[in-house]
Structures are given as C-alpha cells and as structure tokens.
Design a protein around this ligand. Structure first.
Ligand SMILES: C[S@@+](CC[C@H](N)C(=O)[O-])C[C@H]1O[C@@H](n2cnc3c(N)ncnc32)[C@H](O)[C@@H]1O
Length: 279
C-alpha cells in the first residue's frame, strides 16, 4: 500500500522558522513562499517532520533553507531599456555631485551591481561613488564578490550590454575577461574592490550602515513580499534617501499607498520628495 502524501500548512513551517531562527518569512507573499517551501521539501527529499526537526536543531541547515527559499534570478543589464534610460536621461546629472552613494538592496550574485558600476565608470563617476550591496543570501554575496559567471548560459549579457551602449565608444572587454574554453565571464580589476557586499535581511529594521543614499536599487525583490512588508521597506528607503535621491524598482513593482505621493515618477525612476535632481 502506498503512503498517503503528507499535508502541511506552509504557514506552520514559517512560524517554526521564525521561532527557531532570526528569519521571518511570514510577510512574504503567500503563493510564492508556499511554492518555495514545497520545492525545498522536494529538492531535499525530506518529509515535513524531518524538515521541522532539522530547522529546530541545526543552524547550518537553517542557513541552507534560507538560501533555498530565496529566488536569485538576475542578469547583467537586466531590462536594458531601463539602463539606457538611466544612461541617457538620469546619470549625466550626477556629474554635478562630488559623492554618489548607492545601495543595491537584494543584489543577488552581483550582476546588477556590476551593470551600475560599468555605467558609472563609463561616465567617469566611479571614483566618487560609494557602493553598498546587500542580500539575505551569503552564497550569492560570495559569488557577487568573486564576479565570475558562466559564459554559455549567459551569452545574453553581451547583447544587453550592446543594447544599452549602442553607438557608444565602449568595449565589453574593458570590464570582463571572456574565457569561452573555461565557460566563464570574469569581472576585471577595474570593477573589483569598489563595492561593500554585506549580508542584510530587509525584514530587519536596523540597517547595516548609517549612510544616506543618492540611488537605491531594489529591483525584483519587493515582488516576493506582501503589501505590508513592501510598505515598511519603502518607508525605510524613503528615510535613507537624500532629498531628490532616486529609487529603482523592478518592472512589475510600484509604490502604492502613503508613499506614492512622496515620490515623483520619471520613467522607471522614483525620486524622493517630489523633487528631481537628476535632469
Ligand atoms: C530575483 S533576485 C533580484 C536580483 C536583482 N536585484 C535583479 O533585479 O536582477 C531577488 C534577491 O532578493 C534577495 N532577497 C529575498 N529576500 C530578501 C530579504 N528578506 N532580504 C534581503 N534580500 C532578500 C534574494 O536572495 C535574491 O538575491
């Protein structure tokens, strides 16, 4: 006789995770987190009872689970139209500034960070930039620091780069070594060591730094959270942007509710306090 499939409520699991670890996924959006918990159980071939026991007793396992619950999809110059818009319409005005503080919240394995650094370097702004990049996942932060990506799987990176910099004097090879034989893109030294990569869970109120920012990227992260958590995080971004500073969200993310009136929207860019300092 076959065993009955196990039934469990993912909310019960998230409650256990919250009680036995520093991680609180209870304000993630229900559908996506439910699917991730099921995927973890399938991938680990682990019955629910064992998942609970390991979660309660094994802190290394908890870190693994947190990695597995997060979705890390990213790419270099993801949504090239947005990066072209920044390059043409927004970033030139940064030349007026002596310091540029940037925060990538939910940076994944670093492709977004390197995209931004390439734009800043191209505009000769990288030397005056202070860049922080944070993520909940230690594993992706380590990859971000290394700056090594699969070549065959990611050939589209070069297409994205060419779309963003069409008709510009710029060469992909200035920023990456392309090693087809070893199936690698390797970030060159010109972009290395400029960014502080820090493990930080956006659910936590306390930021890991005291800076205010000119630019915050939080792209394709809020989409995994419910509206309550999204609002808390937008409020934190608002408090930590300079007046006129800008916030970049993902293509399917918007600011709603109270903070909608606190930002001006210019193309894909939200600017704090209805002021726009980038034109
Ligand atoms: C889909 S990726 C987006 C990466 C990049 N911003 C982009 O748009 O290409 C979402 C990232 O958010 C991170 N993340 C999820 N929950 C988080 C949290 N509570 N705190 C910090 N980062 C989180 C994940 O680990 C993942 O790397």
């Amino acid at each position: 006789m076959q065993n009955e499939p196990e039934t469990f409520d993912f909310r019960d699991y998230l409650k256990i995770l919250k009680d036995y670890s520093p991680y609180d996924f209870s304000d993630y959006s229900d559908n996506s987190i439910a699917r991730r918990v099921e995927k973890v159980m399938r991938d680990y071939r682990m019955p629910y009872g064992e998942l609970v026991e390991r979660t309660k007793n094994d802190t290394n396992f908890v870190e693994e689970i947190v990695e597995a619950l997060a979705v890390n999809t990213t790419e270099l110059f993801r949504d090239p139209v947005i990066w072209s818009f920044l390059l043409e319409n927004i970033y030139p005005a940064l030349k007026k500034k002596t310091n540029i503080n940037v925060w990538h919240a939910g940076c994944s394995s670093g492709q977004e960070v390197y995209s931004n650094m390439i734009m800043l370097e191209h505009l000769r702004l990288l030397d005056r930039s202070m860049i922080y990049a944070t993520d909940i996942s230690k594993k992706v932060l380590e990859q971000a620091k290394r700056g090594v990506y699969k070549y065959n799987f990611n050939k589209g990176y070069i297409d994205n780069f060419n779309k963003v910099f069409a008709n510009k004097e710029i060469d992909f090879a200035r920023y990456f070594d392309v090693n087809e034989a070893e199936d690698k893109f390797i970030v060159k030294d010109i972009l290395k060591g400029k960014t502080k990569f820090i493990k930080y869970d956006l659910v936590q109120e306390q930021l890991p730094f005291y800076n205010k920012f000119d630019i915050i990227f939080c792209r394709n992260v809020l989409i995994y959270f419910n509206i309550n958590l999204q609002s808390k995080i937008i409020s934190r971004f608002y408090q930590n942007l300079f007046p006129g500073g800008m916030l970049l969200l993902g293509n399917h993310e918007t600011i709603s509710g109270f903070y909608k009136t606190k930002f001006l929207k210019h193309g894909p860019v939200y600017s704090k306090n209805n002021t726009f300092h980038f034109k």
